[in-house]
Design a protein around this ligand. Structure first.
Ligand code: CU
Length: 158
């Protein structure tokens, strides 16, 4: 009987200990929970692949603010990436002469050039971070002949 009682007391003591540990555990963890790290890193990053004959972003929408384009030339000839802010659909620009070269769109009249990579060699990568206000954009490659072959896509910032 005494042995049983001892066992019972020990069991109660153990549960009290567990409750105490539980309390102190939650007590210490509460202040740290609001510090849960925000996982916004990379939220504004967009991968863009250039090739014959397409400009292909990983997404065609973004939130206004800083947007990073990680551009890769996955084609077999040099390409470039140009971001134009414009109300005109990306495929509707007239093709003519620009900077003395034929088969290009006129970036000065097409819209506002908000950023570009310049010529990129085959396999090259470039990171372009630009501040984009809400609006419609055209992402194009404007090397001679490339736009006309289909290297353009619409992009919307909300
Ligand atoms: Cu191109």
């Amino acid at each position: 009987m005494v042995r049983f009682l001892r066992h019972w007391v020990a069991a109660i003591a153990a549960s009290v200990m567990l409750v105490l540990v539980g309390c102190s555990g939650s007590g210490t963890s509460t202040p740290s929970s609001p510090a849960a790290s925000p996982t916004t890193a990379g939220a504004g990053e967009i991968a863009v692949t250039l090739k014959e004959w397409a400009v292909t972003p990983s997404t065609t929408t973004a939130s206004g603010g800083s947007v990073t384009f990680n551009v890769t030339n996955g084609g077999t000839v040099p390409h470039e990436f140009v971001a134009l802010r414009t109300d005109t659909p990306a495929g509707d620009f007239p093709i003519g002469t620009f900077e003395g070269e034929p088969q290009r769109i006129d970036e000065d009249t097409a819209g506002e050039n908000v950023g570009e990579t310049g010529d990129m060699n085959v396999g090259g990568t470039k990171t372009l971070t630009i501040d984009l206000p809400p609006g419609h954009y055209a992402l194009v490659c404007n090397l001679p002949g490339h736009y006309g072959q289909g290297m353009h896509t619409d992009f919307t910032v909300s």
